[in-house]
Design a protein around this ligand. Structure first.
Ligand code: ADP
Length: 225
């Protein structure tokens, strides 16, 4: 589902964030990306989501070679990849409903009943049904992250990427959030999560890809099915 072939990423100024990276994530697989701060985890996720372009190599996502992707097909790919960020990047002057609805509106879903049904389904999956009219500031940190997840899954993407989704949460809430990802993966969503929480990652038993200085230094198969 996701394949990196000799991928390098050099930022302006010459810094090499990723070097000759090769790995593959199968359809329906779930894996964690670990490694110290600055190892290149965010960069790797941003390349898959087309938020950055590689300097070298090829990336295939859902059988699409990103280096050959025509500009008009970019929205098609973006719809297939849901991304979750550490600080969830919610719009604070919009309700929970409007935040979660945003990707649908961007994708041209305009029928209000359709939007409403899909927003409620996404909120239901993250345990927040009934909070549609709340503003993000009135929710706890864990609930805000759940809204971020609902927004990422509202278009039903086959791929989910999360960049330190539990970075600001205490251990109990972190475990709950990770369990949500496990549930999405169970229904077939290919899932890649960057996390520095080795204890939590280890307890879940999925594949772990360890990065250091922009290279894969660990690739442990998971024990979870
Ligand atoms: P991680 O997510 O593992 O902490 P990142 O992918 O964020 O690592 O960063 C890898 C390296 O690339 C870091 O040294 C960082 O400073 C550098 N980097 C990230 N984004 C940029 C950018 N836009 N411009 C220049 N350097 C960057």
């Amino acid at each position: 589902m996701i394949r990196f072939e000799h991928v390098g990423k050099r930022y302006d100024g010459g810094f090499e964030a990723l070097r000759d990276l090769d790995f593959e994530l199968a359809r329906g697989e779930m894996a964690f990306l670990t490694g110290p701060s600055g190892a290149g985890k965010s960069t790797l996720l941003r390349l898959i989501a087309l938020l950055e372009r590689p300097s070298r190599g090829h990336i295939r996502v859902a059988d699409i070679d990103l280096s050959r992707l025509r500009r008009r097909h970019i929205p098609y790919l973006r719809r297939r990849v849901g991304m979750i960020f550490q600080d969830h990047l919610l719009l604070h002057d919009r309700t929970v409903f409007d935040n979660v609805a945003l990707p649908l509106i961007i994708n041209g879903v305009v029928d209000h009943r359709d939007v409403s049904r899909r927003v409620r389904a996404a909120l239901d999956k993250v345990g927040l049904l009934g909070r549609e009219k709340y503003f993000p500031v009135t929710l706890s940190g864990g609930e805000q992250q759940r809204v971020g997840i609902a927004r990422a899954v509202v278009t039903r993407p086959p791929i989910l990427l999360a960049d330190e989704p539990t970075g600001n949460l205490d251990p109990a809430l972190s475990a709950e959030i990770m369990q949500l990802f496990v549930e999405f993966n169970r229904v077939g969503v290919t899932t890649l999560i960057a996390s520095h929480d080795l204890a939590l990652v280890g307890s879940l038993g999925f594949r772990r890809i360890g990065l250091e200085d922009g290279r894969v230094v660990i690739d442990h198969a998971g024990v979870a099915a």
